[in-house]
Design a protein around this ligand. Sequence first.
Ligand code: FAD
Length: 464
Amino acid sequence: PAPIHVVGGGLAGSEASWQIAEAGIPVILHEMRGVRGTDAHRTDGLAELVCSNSFRSDDATANAVGVIHAEMRLAGSLIMACADKNQVPAGGALAVDRDGFSHAVTQAIENHPLITVVREEIHGLPPAEWDLAVVATGPLTSPDLAKSIQAETGEDQLAFFDAIAPIVHRESIDMDICWYQSRYDKVGPGGTGKDYINCPLDEAQYNAFLDALIAGDTVGFKEWEGTPYFDGCLPIEVMAERGRETLRHGPMKPMGLTNSHNPTVKAYAVVQLRQDNALGTLYNMVGFQTKLKYGAQAEIFRMIPGLQNAEFARLGGLHRNTYIQSPMLLDHSLTLKSRPGLRFAGQITGCEGYVESSAIGLLAGRFAAAERKGEEIVPPPATTAFGSLLGHITGGHLVHDEEPGKRSFQPMNVNFGLFPDLAPGSIVKPEGVKRFRGKDKTIMKRQLMSVRALKDCREWLGIA
Ligand code: FAD
């Protein structure tokens, strides 16, 4: 068979190449390091870990990233095999010796009889003669290639920054304090007029919150992150510093909202949360992109009435990150709708993290190999961690919004908020247990989702 071209030998590209080659299809892997570096990589090794050496929790019984580890092992992942071989002690987490890990991946790829590694920068989208290709050039995709992606997809379809507002698990929001309502009860496309969750603040609460925001510890920009702020995306603490009324006239304005628990008292300020996934299990804090340190964020945002017990699926941040608007651009097999045969994989698709990038590389590699063999492409079930993450990327995203043009797709780690709910009645108090609290229910839910995911993944892979 003709080879499949993979651009980028990072985590996703290495895994994609391995999966394709293991399916018996030749691969040409184009990696620019060796010829041109990035602002974060320090070596020429494949699958270099640019920052932490952790693949996070390895608990496959109740942790979403642990579950995706297990699914990747079942699918014969090279990244997981090399991580397991180079593990260093880290409690329940899977951490690795970064050089040993990258070396193992490089050796395995370079020694595979069906893989050829070419050290070169690819300046534009794959040429037409590469009928099947995977672009896995990561958050630091080189500028020429980024420009051609932009030219193909449209300017506003490729982001260079990740301006992230915190995302909260809906079940941790106190609905005895908050209420559902869209501003002025406006009904957007697909909406109901009750699309937002609103948290009311009185004057004293607003002032205390503002003081905490201004005093909060922020993360400085690294030099390579370039232009700090851009239009319409000011960090919330920077807005707070501009004047005590700025937030009340910006993202925290109370107009057009009536507290259903207390309709006669007008809130002094309101924080709105907007549905973030089609399942309705995750909500993002509207306009709350921030550079506050993680610890400070959790503490300060829990001062907001209704969020006192908030569990965050993702905290806010502002980073250099190249990624495409995948839900608009990619089909369910990660193929660019406008260019059949061209797939994207890794962080550039809008997943976040070493493990997630590798997992999406694994799927892109399998899909490309199946296409080359003329086989039907069967995506993983939505109940698996693979399927949940793929759903986030290729379309499980929000269905309605007041300002459709402004809706933004944000990269995310795998988490149980992306998994479809369990069948009603699945969570039952175990016999002999006296107190079965909310926390116990959450743990049981995660355990049941993990078991379901691994069972369905085995079935998908045809493993008994
Ligand atoms: P990469 O691993 O970056 O691989 C992309 C590859 O493509 C690179 O080898 C690059 O040289 C190559 N390339 C780029 N352009 C071209 C081109 N035109 N032609 C040929 N080759 C090209 N995630 C975590 O889980 N933990 C962390 O601690 C963490 N820290 C991060 C720190 C930074 C500074 C950044 C930017 C990201 C971090 N991430 C972290 C996020 C993400 O998980 C990693 O960036 C991860 O490496 C992404 O995998 P990838 O395969 O998509 O991209």
